[in-house]
Design a protein around this ligand. Structure first.
Ligand code: FMN
Length: 425
C-alpha cells in the first residue's frame, strides 16, 4: 500500500500539506515539518515589498466545547517578514528537500497586475514547485484591495489569474474565499484565467464569541474587534460544499482546506473530489507530529477498505451534490424504526419530535432486560405521524438505535390530521 499521490505533476509522499499560515511562518518551520513527514507545505503568504505588515495583539481566539477546539477566529495578516529573507529560505528549502513540494503563496492588490507578475517572477527564480494565489484573506487585507476582495469579483479573479499564469513557469493554485454567494462563478473565472488548480477554502467571515460578564468580544483589542477568519473543524461543512461546487464548475484538481482535524476529515474531502489536503488550525493547536496519526489513520482505513493507493480513495461525490428538485425525485416514504433492545428510553427523541417535529414518538413500557425488574421505557413510533425527517436519528445518543427504512407507502404522504389541520385558534 502507498500513500503516494500525484498533484500538479509532482509526486507527493502523502496527500497532506501544510496550509499557508503560522505553521509555515518561516523556512525553518517548513523544514521542521518536512523532517517529521509532511510531504508538502505552502509558505505564509507574502505581499508586495513596499506594503508594511503590522499585526494587532491579540489576534487569535478559539471556540471550545467540552474542552476541545471547535473553531478559531484570527485577524492575522500575511507574513511580516521581508520578501528577500523568504526568497533565500525558499531556495535553501528546495535544495535541501527536492522530494517535498514547496509551494509559494503570494498576494497583491486586485488592480496592480505588475505587482502580481513581479511576485510570480521572484517565486519562479527560487524554484518553488507551484504558486498559490491568496485571493481569500478576509480581514485587514481587503481594505488594501487585497485578499478576499479579489475573489468576490470574477473579472478581478480572471485578471489576476491570467496575469500570473502568463508569468509563471510552474503550476498555479488559486485560493478562493468562501464568503461569496456563488463560488462557482469565481472558480470558473479562475479556470478561464488558466489556473491549474483551485484551493478552497480560506477562512469564513465571523466573530468567535462574546464574554457575557466583561461584555466584550472574546477576541478583543481594547474592547473592539474586527470581523475575522473562522477556521477549524466547524468550517468543514462549508469547505466540503465549496470543494463540490468548484469541482462541478471546473473539473480542475482541488486542494482542500478547512476544518481537517483527523484522517477521516481528509478522506471525506478526497471522496468529495479533492486531490490534496491542507491543514492549518489543527497543526497550530497540536503540532507538526499529528502527521503520523494522519498517515496511520488513512493507512488503516485503506487496509479495511481494500485500497492500495490514494487514487482509489479519491471519489467523485461532487457529482451527487444536486438540486432539491432532483432529490425530491429520489426520495422515498421513509419512516423511523427503533431498536428496542438498545433504546435506553432517554426521551431525547420524543421531546425533539414533539417540539420540533411531528409528534410521532412516545415512550412505552416493555419488559426490562432483567425480567425480575418489571418494565423499562423505550421509544415507540406512531407510524402515521412519521415523515422520515431523521431528526430523531440525528439526536439519538445510542449508535444505530434508530434508523430509517422505506415503508413503501405513497410519497409524498398525507400529513396526519392532528398536524395538518389543527390550527391555532
Ligand atoms: C492564524 C491564521 C493565519 C492564516 N494566514 C494565512 C495566510 O497568510 N495565507 C493564506 O492563504 N491563508 C491563511 N490562513 C488560512 C489557512 O491557510 C486555511 O486556509 C484556513 O485556516 C482553513 O483551514 P483550517 O481549518 O485547517 O485552519 C490563516 C489561518 C489562520 C488560522
Amino acid at each position: 500500500m502507498s500513500l503516494k499521490t500525484e498533484f500538479l505533476g509532482f509526486e507527493l509522499e502523502n496527500p497532506w500539506c501544510l496550509a499557508s499560515a503560522p505553521p509555515t511562518a518561516t523556512g525553518k518551520l517548513m523544514s521542521d515539518a518536512f523532517e517529521v513527514g509532511w510531504g508538502a507545505a505552502i509558505m505564509k503568504t507574502v505581499g508586495p515589498v513596499e506594503e508594511p505588515i503590522i499585526n494587532v495583539a491579540p489576534r487569535i481566539h478559539t471556540y471550545k466545547k467540552w474542552n476541545r477546539e471547535i473553531a478559531m477566529q484570527n485577524i492575522e495578516l500575511i507574513t511580516d517578514r521581508k520578501l528577500s529573507v523568504w526568497l533565500e529560505e525558499l531556495k535553501v528549502l528546495k535544495k535541501r528537500y527536492p522530494k517535498k513540494m514547496v509551494i509559494g503563496s503570494i498576494m497583491a492588490p486586485g488592480h496592480e497586475m505588475d505587482a502580481w507578475a513581479r511576485l510570480i517572477e521572484e517565486m519562479n527564480r527560487v524554484g518553488c514547485d507551484a504558486i498559490e494565489l491568496n485571493l481569500g484573506c478576509p480581514h485587514g487585507m481587503p481594505e488594501r484591495d487585497m485578499g478576499a476582495i479579489c475573489s468576490q469579483d470574477p473579472e478581478i479573479v480572471y485578471n489576476i489569474v491570467s496575469t500570473c499564469k502568463g508569468a509563471s513557469k510552474v503550476p498555479i493554485l488559486t485560493k478562493l474565499t468562501p464568503n461569496v454567494t456563488n463560488i462557482k462563478v469565481m472558480a470558473a473565472a479562475a479556470k478561464r484565467g488558466g489556473t491549474d488548480a483551485i484551493t478552497v477554502i480560506n477562512t469564513v467571515n465571523g466573530i468567535i464569541g462574546v464574554d457575557v460578564y466583561s461584555r466584550k468580544p472574546h477576541l478583543s483589542v481594547n474592547g473592539y474587534t474586527a470581523v475575522g477568519g473562522i477556521s477549524g473543524n466547524a468550517v468543514k461543512p462549508i469547505g466540503l460544499k465549496c470543494v463540490a461546487e468548484c469541482k462541478q464548475a471546473t473539473e480542475l484538481p482541488i486542494s482542500a482546506t478547512g476544518g481537517i482535524t483527523t484522517w477521516s476529515d481528509g478522506v471525506e474531502y478526497l471522496i468529495m473530489g479533492a486531490s490534496q489536503l491542507q491543514l492549518c488550525t489543527e497543526v497550530m493547536i497540536r503540532g507538526f507530529k499529528i502527521i503520523s496519526g494522519l498517515n496511520q489513520g488513512i493507512e488503516k482505513y485503506m487496509t479495511e477498505m481494500g485500497y492500495t493507493s490514494i487514487d482509489e480513495v479519491k471519489g467523485t461525490l461532487y457529482k451527487n451534490i444536486t438540486s432539491f428538485d432532483y432529490l425530491l425525485k429520489q426520495s422515498h416514504s421513509e419512516k423511523v424504526r427503533v431498536n428496542e433492545e438498545t433504546c435506553t428510553g432517554c426521551n431525547i427523541c420524543v421531546v425533539a419530535c414533539r417540539d420540533a417535529g411531528y409528534d410521532a414518538l412516545k415512550l412505552k413500557g416493555v419488559p426490562a432486560h432483567d425480567r425480575t425488574k418489571g418494565t423499562r421505557n423505550v421509544a415507540d413510533v406512531i407510524v402515521d405521524h412519521c415523515t422520515g425527517c431523521n431528526l430523531c436519528v440525528a439526536v439519538c445518543p445510542v449508535p444505530e438505535c434508530m434508523s430509517l427504512y422505506d415503508s413503501h407507502e405513497q410519497f409524498p404522504y398525507d400529513l396526519h390530521t392532528s398536524y395538518a389541520q389543527n390550527t391555532l385558534t
